[in-house]
Design a protein around this ligand. Structure first.
Ligand SMILES: [Zn+2]
Length: 238
């Protein structure tokens, strides 16, 4: 039996075949992303940035573009607005800047169970497919994790520190490998740092990151000062 969410997705795809689509950002009819929004989204190419070392090594993160209001609307329409066809567009933003060497693993950041229940699918899987990236879904969230979307920068860090792990049966895949962490947007860097910490803990040789977009121009002070508010076990100190 297909779930209601799967049915509604299929129905949406059928409707898109019959009813002309509208710009994912501004609703201009007849296009997936209109020329004006596309120009705004691609106006500032993403650049490689380095998160200072508190995961054992500096963390290099490459983003396809710098974030813009137009792109945020596209991503919201994609992840929570039923516009799953946006994966092709987001994939092109990522695919232009990211090429994973054959010996690297690309590991997506995990989606919270709550987000999975709400959406019924895993958006990063679709973006990766559109960008021709083979992903290895190795990271898992511990049960207490809360969805990041509604939290402030400091709350995000507290929420995310120590929240991920690689289950033992998957550690054998990670051990000794160079791993690229994959996410749609990097905002505070907290999620990326936590993913890197968990992958190093599972024996990864080297961890870097890629995202479709980067929102923050500078890292929050806790990252700039390289002082994570958790101890060596990865648990938060209250
Ligand atoms: Zn538009």
């Amino acid at each position: 039996m297909l779930s209601m969410r799967v049915w509604s997705r299929l129905l949406r795809q059928v409707v898109d075949l019959v009813v002309p689509q509208a710009c994912l950002s501004c609703d201009t009819p007849g296009v997936l992303v209109c020329a004006d929004c596309d120009s705004a989204i691609r106006a500032t190419p993403g650049r490689a940035r380095v998160i200072p070392a508190f995961v054992g090594a500096p963390l290099h993160v490459q983003s396809g573009v710098m974030g813009s209001p137009e792109l945020l609307r596209v991503i919201t329409a994609f992840k929570d607005g039923g516009r799953s066809e946006a994966s092709s567009y987001l994939g092109t933003l990522l695919g232009g800047t990211v090429s994973a060497p054959a010996h690297h693993l690309v590991v997506p950041v995990p989606q919270s169970p709550g987000a999975y229940r709400r959406r019924g699918w895993f958006p990063l899987r679709d973006i990766a497919r559109a960008a021709n990236l083979d992903i290895t879904e190795s990271l898992t969230l511990r049960a207490r994790h809360v969805d990041q979307a509604s939290l402030s920068a400091d709350e995000r860090w507290s929420n995310v520190a120590g929240s991920m792990w690689v289950p033992p049966r998957r550690s054998t895949i990670i051990a000794g490998k160079s791993v690229i962490v994959f996410d749609d947007v990097i905002t505070t860097g907290a999620t990326m740092v936590e993913a890197a910490r968990a992958l190093y803990a599972a024996g990864a040789r080297y961890v870097s990151g890629v995202t479709v977009a980067a929102m923050a121009r500078r890292w929050p002070t806790y990252i700039a000062n390289s002082q994570p508010p958790h101890d060596d076990t990865g648990r938060r100190q209250d």
